[in-house]
Design a protein around this ligand. Structure first.
Ligand code: SDX
Length: 424
């Protein structure tokens, strides 16, 4: 095993170097403080590996994304979301029998307890559906035991995957004052979600296969993305042995932020603002480069991808295909493409290696599918659900897992004595 040498205060130290299966290299600092008395300092954890994981591999320089070794391009073209859920969580592509059993478990756990419908009554109609999703997800732990025997863990995984889309659709129906549409066992995952979203009791609703397939693709592309902000949050919370539902609910809250999953909603808000402003995208490009403006080109940039986000490439083509198939002519797509074209030739973006990320085109497709803008990040939740579950399961099954407890560099006041308020 190779080692890394560190010289500190005139002393030499050596630390093991570990190499991943894709040959990425890490210095093992698990004994850094014990040996040197010093800690590492890495705000935002951009240079820190929090765990070993076998779920997703990303190469940010080469624009590679693989779930359990399978390239995202192949899964996007040939697989479906339920199969990708199985692959992500259980580590292999299922046999036909395994897939059928998994699909059946998801089909027969879509209902939420009738008492949970009362929770929705407490939310105002204006409640953001991400607030509802986080609250309702943690509330599932009030109904289902947090037992760690594998049978129950697999059952709770199926419950969470199956009920998440029901909670999402119910949140939407609540926001528009329409009656809830219950899940149907004769529809597959995406068809059932679309039916619960858009059917009304008064007349039958036929799910468009084009829309169902487009949504399935979007969910596949969001399924996992290694140790991003929300997944790291799920691992952080789960490391205290909090239950699956509580851990995932914390991930939902982290995803909501506009710098993370909330970006897909912000991209559309940004494109609509540019459209209302006469489509003057060059003005907004200049603003994005001006730190004083406080404006960022939402859907651009990524902590890991420094060449291109493979998901954005797939979604850019899918946006053309889906809008063509649906006969939708959305001016926002043209604005998005113009923004991308001039950004990729602009030194500000090129020097900082800023490229469209997964959120840049996804919102345009969601719009074409009829998904309302404030439900976009909820769609990200549904897509990322298998990844969060897989990462939580891997963490809980890893004997090396310890409760996550980072250190700090203290920068506050040194010791001083208390003085009574009368003397201040
Ligand atoms: C997701 O981690 C994941 O894997 C996340 C995700 C997943 O699947 O889980 O991929 C999903 O969250 C995608 C990202 C969605 N967010 C956005 O689109 C919001 C806009 N993008 C950024 O705010 C930013 O690019 C981040 C948050 C994505 C990345 O932030 P970093 O890595 O901390 O980069 P940074 O903010 O330090 O930026 C580096 C430089 C800065 O300029 P300088 O100070 O060096 O001069 O690039 C600039 C930034 O000002 N910059 C941008 C910009 N993004 C970065 N300038 C204008 N517009 C932008 N979008």
């Amino acid at each position: 095993m190779s080692t890394a040498k560190l010289s500190l205060n005139g002393q030499e130290y050596e630390f093991p170097v570990i190499e991943g299966s894709e040959h990425e290299v890490a210095i093992d600092f698990t004994k850094l403080r014990a040996q040197t008395g010093a800690i590492s300092y890495d705000p935002g954890y951009g240079n820190t590996g929090s765990c070993k994981s076998a779920i997703t591999f990303i190469d940010g320089e080469k624009g590679i994304l693989r779930y359990r070794g399978y390239p995202i391009e192949q899964l996007a073209e040939h697989s479906n979301f339920v199969e990708v859920c199985y692959l992500t969580i259980y580590g292999k592509l299922p046999s036909a029998a395994e897939l059928a059993a998994f699909q059946k478990s998801l089909t027969y756990h879509t209902l939420i307890h009738e008492d949970m419908k009362k929770f929705f009554e407490g939310f105002p109609p204006t409640a953001h559906p991400m607030a509802i999703m986080s609250a309702m997800t943690v509330s599932l732990s009030a109904y289902y035991p947090d037992l760690l025997d594998p049978e129950v863990v697999d059952l709770n995984i199926a419950r969470l995957l199956a009920k998440a889309k029901t909670l999402a659709a119910f949140a939407y129906k609540k926001s528009i004052g329409q009656p809830y549409i219950y899940p149907r066992n004769d529809l597959n995952y995406t068809e059932d979600f679309l039916h619960m979203m858009f059917a009304v009791p008064a007349e039958p609703y036929k799910v468009s296969p084009v829309i169902a397939r487009a949504l399935d693709l979007l969910l596949i592309l969001h399924a996992d993305h290694e140790q991003n902000c929300s997944t790291s949050t799920v691992r952080m919370v789960g490391s205290s042995q909090a239950n699956l539902f509580a851990s995932i609910a914390s991930g939902i809250s982290a995803l909501w932020g506009p710098l993370h999953g909330g970006a897909n909603q912000e991209v559309i808000n940004m494109l609509e603002m540019i459209h209302r402003d006469g489509g003057d995208y060059k003005k907004y490009m200049d603003m994005a480069k001006d730190k004083e403006s406080g404006f960022r080109l939402m859907g651009f940039g990524h902590r890991v991808y420094k060449n291109f986000d493979p998901r954005a490439r797939i979604l850019k083509k899918a946006a053309d295909d889906v809008l063509d198939e649906l006969g939708v002519n959305d001016p926002l797509l043209g604005i998005a493409k113009n923004l991308e074209e001039i950004a990729l030739a602009d030194s500000y973006f090129v020097e900082r290696k800023l490229y469209p990320n997964v959120d840049f085109y996804s919102g345009i497709i969601y719009r074409a599918l009829g998904i309302p803008t404030d439900m976009f990040t909820v769609m990200f939740v549904l897509g990322r659900m298998p990844g969060w579950i897989a990462q939580w399961k891997e963490m809980r099954e890893d004997p090396a897992t310890r409760i996550n407890r980072p250190r700090q560099v203290y920068s506050g006041a040194t010791e001083r004595d208390y003085t009574p308020v009368t003397s201040r």
